[in-house]
Design a protein around this ligand. Sequence first.
Ligand code: NI
Length: 181
Amino acid sequence: MAILKIAKMGHPVLLQRAAEIDDPTAPDVQALIEDMFETMEDAQGLGLAAPQVHVAKRLVVFHVPGDESETPSPRVLINPVITPLSDDMHLSWEGCLSVPGLRGRVPRFDEIRYTGMDETGAPVDVTAEGMHARVVQHECDHLDGRLYPTRMIDLADLVFESEWRYHLPLEQEDEEEDYDE
Ligand code: NI
């Protein structure tokens, strides 16, 4: 296990399309998953995509927001495919471990279905909404070289975290989520 270095906005690995993984059970993939768990916990992130640790493979790990199971463990999603289940989108605040110190309001689909494989190679087929759907959309964007600022509608909503904490308008409070991905 190791804590990996996180690539920051400007590094080319964050701008490329990551490659499919043929065998999730391969030792190098299993080791990467363990290291990504450890790196995500160390950085106190809600999610992490392999390109963020300089590995251009289609693999993300994330916590499901509000997971109140006794031992919530991060989910693994390999070769994901996202299908929006409606056209409805909402703006909410996001952060990203590759864009440290900033927050931005980003539109995301409210409800999605995502498929792929887990760490054992078993199929994943999940319907998600709200923050869960947001996290998955954010992480999977990393696999296609997209960082959240490129999804933003209004760059006036790109702010320093230190200011955001004090000046977030009251009417946006119920949308507020504080996390890094
Ligand atoms: Ni991110």
